[in-house]
Design a protein around this ligand. Structure first.
Ligand SMILES: Cc1cc2nc3c(=O)[nH]c(=O)nc-3n(C[C@H](O)[C@H](O)[C@H](O)COP(=O)(O)O)c2cc1C
Length: 387
Protein backbone atom coordinates (compact mmCIF):
# COMPACT_ATOMS: atom_id res chain seq x y z
CA UNK A 1 0.00 0.00 0.00
CA UNK A 2 1.69 3.24 -1.08
CA UNK A 3 1.98 6.05 1.43
CA UNK A 4 -0.37 8.83 0.36
CA UNK A 5 0.43 12.22 1.83
CA UNK A 6 -1.23 14.58 -0.64
CA UNK A 7 -3.57 14.76 -3.63
CA UNK A 8 -0.67 14.61 -6.12
CA UNK A 9 0.23 11.11 -4.83
CA UNK A 10 -3.29 10.04 -5.78
CA UNK A 11 -2.92 11.74 -9.14
CA UNK A 12 0.18 9.67 -9.97
CA UNK A 13 -1.62 6.43 -9.11
CA UNK A 14 -4.70 7.55 -11.07
CA UNK A 15 -2.51 8.00 -14.14
CA UNK A 16 -0.91 4.57 -13.72
CA UNK A 17 -4.13 2.65 -13.13
CA UNK A 18 -6.68 4.20 -15.51
CA UNK A 19 -6.89 4.00 -19.32
CA UNK A 20 -5.23 7.00 -20.92
CA UNK A 21 -8.47 8.15 -22.55
CA UNK A 22 -10.17 8.66 -19.17
CA UNK A 23 -7.16 10.02 -17.29
CA UNK A 24 -6.66 12.58 -20.07
CA UNK A 25 -10.38 13.44 -20.01
CA UNK A 26 -9.93 14.41 -16.36
CA UNK A 27 -6.58 16.12 -16.63
CA UNK A 28 -7.41 18.52 -19.47
CA UNK A 29 -8.49 22.06 -19.98
CA UNK A 30 -9.78 23.64 -23.14
CA UNK A 31 -7.45 24.79 -25.95
CA UNK A 32 -4.11 26.05 -24.55
CA UNK A 33 -5.11 25.09 -20.99
CA UNK A 34 -4.05 28.51 -19.69
CA UNK A 35 -7.10 28.87 -17.44
CA UNK A 36 -6.77 25.25 -16.30
CA UNK A 37 -3.17 25.92 -15.19
CA UNK A 38 -3.82 29.33 -13.64
CA UNK A 39 -6.68 27.97 -11.53
CA UNK A 40 -3.98 26.09 -9.62
CA UNK A 41 -1.04 28.51 -9.78
CA UNK A 42 -3.14 31.51 -8.65
CA UNK A 43 -3.85 29.79 -5.35
CA UNK A 44 -0.07 29.65 -4.79
CA UNK A 45 0.17 33.46 -5.00
CA UNK A 46 -1.90 33.82 -1.84
CA UNK A 47 0.04 33.28 1.40
CA UNK A 48 -1.00 32.52 4.94
CA UNK A 49 -0.44 34.59 8.06
CA UNK A 50 1.21 32.57 10.82
CA UNK A 51 -0.07 33.31 14.33
CA UNK A 52 1.23 31.93 17.60
CA UNK A 53 0.16 31.48 21.21
CA UNK A 54 -3.52 31.08 20.40
CA UNK A 55 -5.21 28.19 22.19
CA UNK A 56 -5.71 25.70 19.38
CA UNK A 57 -7.47 22.91 21.25
CA UNK A 58 -10.94 21.75 20.22
CA UNK A 59 -10.59 22.60 16.54
CA UNK A 60 -13.27 21.71 14.00
CA UNK A 61 -13.61 21.93 10.23
CA UNK A 62 -17.39 21.44 10.45
CA UNK A 63 -19.56 24.03 8.81
CA UNK A 64 -22.71 24.46 6.68
CA UNK A 65 -23.36 24.75 2.96
CA UNK A 66 -26.86 25.96 1.93
CA UNK A 67 -27.93 25.34 5.51
CA UNK A 68 -26.87 21.68 5.44
CA UNK A 69 -24.31 20.38 7.93
CA UNK A 70 -20.95 19.40 6.40
CA UNK A 71 -17.89 17.86 8.04
CA UNK A 72 -15.90 20.45 6.09
CA UNK A 73 -17.11 22.94 3.48
CA UNK A 74 -15.88 20.82 0.56
CA UNK A 75 -18.45 19.17 -1.73
CA UNK A 76 -17.66 16.70 -4.51
CA UNK A 77 -18.25 18.54 -7.79
CA UNK A 78 -20.34 17.00 -10.57
CA UNK A 79 -18.00 15.09 -12.88
CA UNK A 80 -19.25 13.40 -16.04
CA UNK A 81 -18.13 9.82 -16.78
CA UNK A 82 -16.98 9.23 -13.20
CA UNK A 83 -18.05 5.63 -13.66
CA UNK A 84 -15.40 5.24 -16.37
CA UNK A 85 -12.56 6.24 -14.03
CA UNK A 86 -13.46 3.16 -11.97
CA UNK A 87 -16.37 0.76 -12.34
CA UNK A 88 -19.46 2.10 -10.52
CA UNK A 89 -17.46 5.26 -9.79
CA UNK A 90 -20.40 7.50 -8.90
CA UNK A 91 -21.70 5.01 -6.32
CA UNK A 92 -18.22 4.64 -4.83
CA UNK A 93 -17.66 8.40 -4.63
CA UNK A 94 -21.16 9.01 -3.21
CA UNK A 95 -20.58 6.41 -0.51
CA UNK A 96 -17.23 7.93 0.46
CA UNK A 97 -18.76 11.41 0.62
CA UNK A 98 -21.75 10.24 2.68
CA UNK A 99 -19.53 8.46 5.21
CA UNK A 100 -17.25 11.49 5.45
CA UNK A 101 -20.14 13.92 5.81
CA UNK A 102 -19.74 16.09 2.71
CA UNK A 103 -22.15 16.55 -0.21
CA UNK A 104 -21.79 14.46 -3.35
CA UNK A 105 -23.05 16.04 -6.58
CA UNK A 106 -24.17 13.64 -9.30
CA UNK A 107 -23.67 14.86 -12.87
CA UNK A 108 -26.32 14.56 -15.57
CA UNK A 109 -23.55 12.92 -17.62
CA UNK A 110 -22.89 10.21 -15.04
CA UNK A 111 -22.58 6.51 -15.77
CA UNK A 112 -24.58 5.36 -12.73
CA UNK A 113 -28.13 6.72 -12.88
CA UNK A 114 -29.83 8.91 -10.25
CA UNK A 115 -31.93 5.93 -9.14
CA UNK A 116 -28.92 3.66 -8.93
CA UNK A 117 -26.94 6.08 -6.74
CA UNK A 118 -29.99 6.66 -4.50
CA UNK A 119 -30.48 2.93 -4.10
CA UNK A 120 -26.88 2.36 -3.03
CA UNK A 121 -26.43 5.26 -0.61
CA UNK A 122 -28.35 6.20 2.49
CA UNK A 123 -27.81 9.96 2.56
CA UNK A 124 -29.32 12.48 0.13
CA UNK A 125 -26.98 13.76 -2.58
CA UNK A 126 -27.13 16.81 -4.85
CA UNK A 127 -28.03 16.54 -8.52
CA UNK A 128 -26.52 18.64 -11.32
CA UNK A 129 -28.43 19.46 -14.48
CA UNK A 130 -27.21 20.94 -17.69
CA UNK A 131 -29.52 23.40 -19.41
CA UNK A 132 -30.94 21.29 -22.21
CA UNK A 133 -33.27 22.14 -25.08
CA UNK A 134 -35.63 19.23 -24.53
CA UNK A 135 -38.00 20.68 -21.93
CA UNK A 136 -39.81 17.41 -21.47
CA UNK A 137 -36.56 15.56 -20.74
CA UNK A 138 -35.47 18.34 -18.34
CA UNK A 139 -38.73 18.11 -16.41
CA UNK A 140 -38.50 14.35 -16.15
CA UNK A 141 -34.88 14.56 -15.04
CA UNK A 142 -35.82 17.02 -12.29
CA UNK A 143 -38.78 14.83 -11.27
CA UNK A 144 -36.42 11.84 -11.05
CA UNK A 145 -34.10 13.85 -8.79
CA UNK A 146 -37.09 14.75 -6.60
CA UNK A 147 -38.14 11.10 -6.39
CA UNK A 148 -34.57 10.17 -5.44
CA UNK A 149 -34.82 12.74 -2.59
CA UNK A 150 -31.87 14.80 -3.82
CA UNK A 151 -31.34 17.66 -1.39
CA UNK A 152 -30.22 20.37 -3.84
CA UNK A 153 -30.32 21.05 -7.56
CA UNK A 154 -27.12 22.38 -9.11
CA UNK A 155 -27.80 24.07 -12.45
CA UNK A 156 -24.67 24.38 -14.56
CA UNK A 157 -24.89 27.58 -16.57
CA UNK A 158 -21.50 27.76 -18.29
CA UNK A 159 -21.97 25.06 -20.92
CA UNK A 160 -24.32 26.22 -23.67
CA UNK A 161 -21.67 24.89 -26.01
CA UNK A 162 -18.71 22.75 -25.12
CA UNK A 163 -15.13 23.98 -24.87
CA UNK A 164 -12.74 21.92 -26.98
CA UNK A 165 -10.29 19.70 -25.18
CA UNK A 166 -7.77 18.53 -27.72
CA UNK A 167 -6.84 15.29 -25.98
CA UNK A 168 -10.42 13.99 -26.02
CA UNK A 169 -10.58 14.37 -29.79
CA UNK A 170 -7.20 12.75 -30.28
CA UNK A 171 -8.04 9.85 -27.95
CA UNK A 172 -11.51 9.30 -29.45
CA UNK A 173 -13.10 9.59 -25.99
CA UNK A 174 -16.33 7.61 -25.62
CA UNK A 175 -18.27 5.63 -23.00
CA UNK A 176 -17.89 2.74 -23.16
CA UNK A 177 -14.47 3.13 -24.81
CA UNK A 178 -14.26 2.29 -28.49
CA UNK A 179 -12.16 -0.77 -29.06
CA UNK A 180 -9.27 0.13 -31.35
CA UNK A 181 -5.86 -1.58 -31.41
CA UNK A 182 -4.45 1.43 -29.55
CA UNK A 183 -7.14 1.60 -26.85
CA UNK A 184 -7.07 -2.18 -26.36
CA UNK A 185 -3.27 -2.14 -26.00
CA UNK A 186 -3.55 0.60 -23.41
CA UNK A 187 -6.41 -1.03 -21.48
CA UNK A 188 -4.47 -4.28 -21.28
CA UNK A 189 -1.98 -2.52 -19.04
CA UNK A 190 -4.79 -1.55 -16.59
CA UNK A 191 -5.77 -4.99 -15.31
CA UNK A 192 -7.65 -4.00 -12.14
CA UNK A 193 -9.65 -1.38 -14.00
CA UNK A 194 -10.56 -3.89 -16.71
CA UNK A 195 -11.59 -6.64 -14.32
CA UNK A 196 -13.83 -4.30 -12.35
CA UNK A 197 -15.34 -2.94 -15.56
CA UNK A 198 -16.11 -6.44 -16.81
CA UNK A 199 -17.88 -7.09 -13.52
CA UNK A 200 -20.35 -4.20 -13.81
CA UNK A 201 -23.28 -3.54 -16.08
CA UNK A 202 -22.92 0.22 -15.64
CA UNK A 203 -21.00 1.31 -18.71
CA UNK A 204 -23.35 3.78 -20.43
CA UNK A 205 -24.72 7.22 -19.55
CA UNK A 206 -27.27 5.98 -17.03
CA UNK A 207 -29.38 9.16 -16.85
CA UNK A 208 -29.77 9.41 -20.59
CA UNK A 209 -29.71 6.11 -22.45
CA UNK A 210 -33.29 4.82 -22.44
CA UNK A 211 -34.61 8.13 -21.00
CA UNK A 212 -33.99 10.78 -23.67
CA UNK A 213 -36.06 10.56 -26.85
CA UNK A 214 -34.27 8.69 -29.60
CA UNK A 215 -31.37 7.60 -27.39
CA UNK A 216 -31.72 3.88 -26.95
CA UNK A 217 -28.12 2.88 -27.47
CA UNK A 218 -24.76 4.53 -26.90
CA UNK A 219 -24.07 5.12 -30.55
CA UNK A 220 -27.05 7.49 -30.83
CA UNK A 221 -25.82 9.35 -27.74
CA UNK A 222 -23.06 11.42 -29.29
CA UNK A 223 -25.51 12.86 -31.80
CA UNK A 224 -27.91 13.63 -28.94
CA UNK A 225 -25.22 15.36 -26.85
CA UNK A 226 -24.12 17.60 -29.71
CA UNK A 227 -27.74 18.66 -30.20
CA UNK A 228 -28.94 18.68 -26.60
CA UNK A 229 -27.40 21.78 -25.00
CA UNK A 230 -29.58 24.86 -25.16
CA UNK A 231 -27.70 27.60 -26.98
CA UNK A 232 -30.67 29.93 -26.58
CA UNK A 233 -30.40 29.84 -22.77
CA UNK A 234 -31.19 33.18 -21.12
CA UNK A 235 -32.04 34.41 -17.63
CA UNK A 236 -35.77 33.84 -18.17
CA UNK A 237 -35.09 30.18 -18.83
CA UNK A 238 -32.79 29.95 -15.80
CA UNK A 239 -35.54 31.51 -13.65
CA UNK A 240 -38.00 28.96 -15.09
CA UNK A 241 -35.64 26.11 -14.21
CA UNK A 242 -35.26 27.52 -10.71
CA UNK A 243 -39.04 27.39 -10.28
CA UNK A 244 -39.16 23.74 -11.39
CA UNK A 245 -37.27 22.66 -8.26
CA UNK A 246 -38.93 22.86 -4.89
CA UNK A 247 -35.74 23.12 -2.83
CA UNK A 248 -32.31 24.75 -2.76
CA UNK A 249 -30.89 25.73 -6.16
CA UNK A 250 -27.21 26.38 -6.79
CA UNK A 251 -26.11 28.10 -10.03
CA UNK A 252 -22.73 26.77 -11.08
CA UNK A 253 -20.40 28.49 -13.50
CA UNK A 254 -20.60 32.18 -12.57
CA UNK A 255 -17.38 34.13 -13.20
CA UNK A 256 -18.60 37.70 -13.51
CA UNK A 257 -20.04 40.17 -10.99
CA UNK A 258 -22.92 41.16 -13.30
CA UNK A 259 -23.93 37.51 -13.76
CA UNK A 260 -23.69 36.98 -10.01
CA UNK A 261 -26.18 39.84 -9.46
CA UNK A 262 -28.61 38.24 -11.92
CA UNK A 263 -28.27 34.92 -10.11
CA UNK A 264 -29.21 36.62 -6.84
CA UNK A 265 -32.17 38.31 -8.57
CA UNK A 266 -33.72 35.08 -9.82
CA UNK A 267 -33.75 33.62 -6.32
CA UNK A 268 -30.93 31.09 -6.48
CA UNK A 269 -29.80 29.98 -3.03
CA UNK A 270 -26.11 29.92 -3.89
CA UNK A 271 -23.71 30.42 -6.77
CA UNK A 272 -20.52 28.58 -7.58
CA UNK A 273 -17.79 30.89 -8.82
CA UNK A 274 -16.34 28.53 -11.40
CA UNK A 275 -14.81 28.31 -14.84
CA UNK A 276 -15.61 24.60 -15.04
CA UNK A 277 -12.08 23.69 -14.00
CA UNK A 278 -10.65 25.50 -17.03
CA UNK A 279 -12.59 23.26 -19.42
CA UNK A 280 -14.78 25.92 -21.03
CA UNK A 281 -13.51 29.44 -21.88
CA UNK A 282 -9.74 29.22 -22.15
CA UNK A 283 -8.29 32.65 -21.36
CA UNK A 284 -10.82 33.40 -18.60
CA UNK A 285 -9.32 34.42 -15.26
CA UNK A 286 -9.07 31.86 -12.48
CA UNK A 287 -11.98 31.46 -10.10
CA UNK A 288 -9.95 32.48 -7.06
CA UNK A 289 -8.92 35.72 -8.77
CA UNK A 290 -12.52 36.58 -9.62
CA UNK A 291 -13.82 35.77 -6.14
CA UNK A 292 -13.14 39.12 -4.38
CA UNK A 293 -14.94 41.15 -7.07
CA UNK A 294 -17.93 38.80 -6.98
CA UNK A 295 -18.01 38.91 -3.17
CA UNK A 296 -18.11 42.71 -3.33
CA UNK A 297 -21.04 42.54 -5.74
CA UNK A 298 -23.25 39.90 -4.08
CA UNK A 299 -21.59 38.69 -0.88
CA UNK A 300 -24.41 40.11 1.25
CA UNK A 301 -27.19 38.81 -1.02
CA UNK A 302 -26.42 35.19 -1.79
CA UNK A 303 -24.24 32.34 -0.54
CA UNK A 304 -21.08 32.13 -2.60
CA UNK A 305 -19.18 28.91 -3.28
CA UNK A 306 -16.06 28.36 -5.39
CA UNK A 307 -14.43 25.64 -7.42
CA UNK A 308 -11.65 25.25 -10.00
CA UNK A 309 -8.08 24.60 -8.95
CA UNK A 310 -8.52 23.28 -5.41
CA UNK A 311 -5.90 20.63 -4.71
CA UNK A 312 -5.38 21.01 -0.96
CA UNK A 313 -6.94 22.03 2.32
CA UNK A 314 -4.91 25.23 2.15
CA UNK A 315 -6.62 26.11 -1.14
CA UNK A 316 -9.99 25.55 0.55
CA UNK A 317 -9.01 27.92 3.37
CA UNK A 318 -7.81 30.59 0.94
CA UNK A 319 -11.21 30.52 -0.79
CA UNK A 320 -12.99 30.73 2.58
CA UNK A 321 -10.74 33.58 3.71
CA UNK A 322 -11.73 35.55 0.60
CA UNK A 323 -15.40 35.07 1.44
CA UNK A 324 -16.61 31.75 -0.01
CA UNK A 325 -18.91 29.77 2.26
CA UNK A 326 -18.18 26.48 0.51
CA UNK A 327 -15.95 24.86 -2.08
CA UNK A 328 -16.02 21.91 -4.47
CA UNK A 329 -13.34 19.52 -5.63
CA UNK A 330 -13.45 17.91 -9.07
CA UNK A 331 -10.12 16.43 -10.10
CA UNK A 332 -8.90 16.01 -6.52
CA UNK A 333 -11.58 13.40 -5.79
CA UNK A 334 -11.37 11.80 -9.25
CA UNK A 335 -7.65 11.22 -8.69
CA UNK A 336 -8.56 9.40 -5.49
CA UNK A 337 -11.20 7.33 -7.25
CA UNK A 338 -8.93 6.39 -10.16
CA UNK A 339 -6.12 5.54 -7.74
CA UNK A 340 -7.96 3.42 -5.20
CA UNK A 341 -11.74 3.44 -5.73
CA UNK A 342 -13.91 4.41 -2.77
CA UNK A 343 -10.93 4.25 -0.38
CA UNK A 344 -9.11 6.72 -2.63
CA UNK A 345 -11.96 9.24 -2.49
CA UNK A 346 -11.96 8.91 1.29
CA UNK A 347 -8.19 9.40 1.26
CA UNK A 348 -8.51 12.60 -0.82
CA UNK A 349 -11.05 13.95 1.69
CA UNK A 350 -8.90 12.95 4.66
CA UNK A 351 -5.82 14.61 3.18
CA UNK A 352 -7.72 17.84 2.55
CA UNK A 353 -9.29 17.84 6.00
CA UNK A 354 -5.92 17.26 7.68
CA UNK A 355 -4.36 20.09 5.67
CA UNK A 356 -7.23 22.35 6.68
CA UNK A 357 -6.97 21.40 10.33
CA UNK A 358 -3.18 21.87 10.64
CA UNK A 359 -3.26 25.14 8.70
CA UNK A 360 -6.10 26.49 10.83
CA UNK A 361 -4.11 25.63 13.95
CA UNK A 362 -0.93 27.33 12.72
CA UNK A 363 -2.93 30.40 11.73
CA UNK A 364 -4.61 30.57 15.14
CA UNK A 365 -8.11 29.57 13.97
CA UNK A 366 -10.20 26.94 15.73
CA UNK A 367 -13.39 27.03 13.68
CA UNK A 368 -14.37 27.68 10.10
CA UNK A 369 -16.26 30.79 11.25
CA UNK A 370 -12.95 32.26 12.40
CA UNK A 371 -11.39 31.91 8.94
CA UNK A 372 -11.42 35.49 7.68
CA UNK A 373 -9.61 37.86 5.35
CA UNK A 374 -7.02 38.48 8.05
CA UNK A 375 -5.75 34.92 7.75
CA UNK A 376 -4.28 35.41 4.27
CA UNK A 377 -1.84 37.71 2.56
CA UNK A 378 -2.94 38.60 -0.94
CA UNK A 379 -0.62 40.47 -3.34
CA UNK A 380 -1.89 43.97 -3.99
CA UNK A 381 -2.07 43.29 -7.72
CA UNK A 382 -3.74 39.87 -7.34
CA UNK A 383 -6.90 40.85 -9.21
CA UNK A 384 -4.69 42.28 -11.95
CA UNK A 385 -5.09 45.54 -13.85
CA UNK A 386 -7.25 44.75 -16.84
CA UNK A 387 -8.86 47.27 -19.14
C1 LIG B 1 -13.51 15.15 -15.90
C2 LIG B 1 -14.44 16.28 -15.54
C3 LIG B 1 -15.79 16.18 -15.89
C4 LIG B 1 -16.67 17.20 -15.52
N1 LIG B 1 -18.01 17.06 -15.78
C5 LIG B 1 -18.88 18.00 -15.33
C6 LIG B 1 -20.28 17.81 -15.45
O1 LIG B 1 -20.74 16.79 -15.94
N2 LIG B 1 -21.08 18.81 -15.00
C7 LIG B 1 -20.60 19.95 -14.44
O2 LIG B 1 -21.37 20.82 -14.05
N3 LIG B 1 -19.28 20.14 -14.29
C8 LIG B 1 -18.42 19.18 -14.70
N4 LIG B 1 -17.07 19.35 -14.50
C9 LIG B 1 -16.59 20.54 -13.77
C10 LIG B 1 -16.54 20.27 -12.28
O3 LIG B 1 -17.82 20.17 -11.74
C11 LIG B 1 -15.80 21.38 -11.53
O4 LIG B 1 -16.34 22.62 -11.88
C12 LIG B 1 -14.31 21.38 -11.80
O5 LIG B 1 -13.80 20.07 -11.87
C13 LIG B 1 -13.59 22.13 -10.71
O6 LIG B 1 -12.23 22.22 -10.96
P1 LIG B 1 -11.14 21.23 -10.34
O7 LIG B 1 -11.23 19.95 -11.11
O8 LIG B 1 -9.87 21.96 -10.59
O9 LIG B 1 -11.48 21.02 -8.89
C14 LIG B 1 -16.17 18.34 -14.85
C15 LIG B 1 -14.82 18.42 -14.52
C16 LIG B 1 -13.95 17.40 -14.85
C17 LIG B 1 -12.52 17.50 -14.44
Amino acid sequence: MPVITNVYDLKRLHKMRTPKMFYDYCESGSWTEQTFRENVTDFDKIRLRQRIAVDMTGRSTASKMIGQDVAMPVALAPVGLTGMQRADGEIKAAKAAAKFGVPFTLSTMSICSIEDVAEHTDKPFWFQVYTLKDDDFMRRLIARATDAKCSALVITVDLQIMGQRHKDLKNGLSAPPKLTPKSIANMMTKAQWGLEMLGTKRRFFGNIVGHAKGVTNPSSLSAWTAEAFDQSLDWNRIAELRRMWDGPVILKGILDAEDAKQAANIGADAIVVSNHGGRQLDGALSSIRMLPEIMDAVGDKIEVHLDSGIRSGQDVLKALALGAKGTYIGRAFVHGLGAMGEAGVTKALEVIQKEMDTTMALCGRRTVDQVDRDMVLVPEDFAGRWA
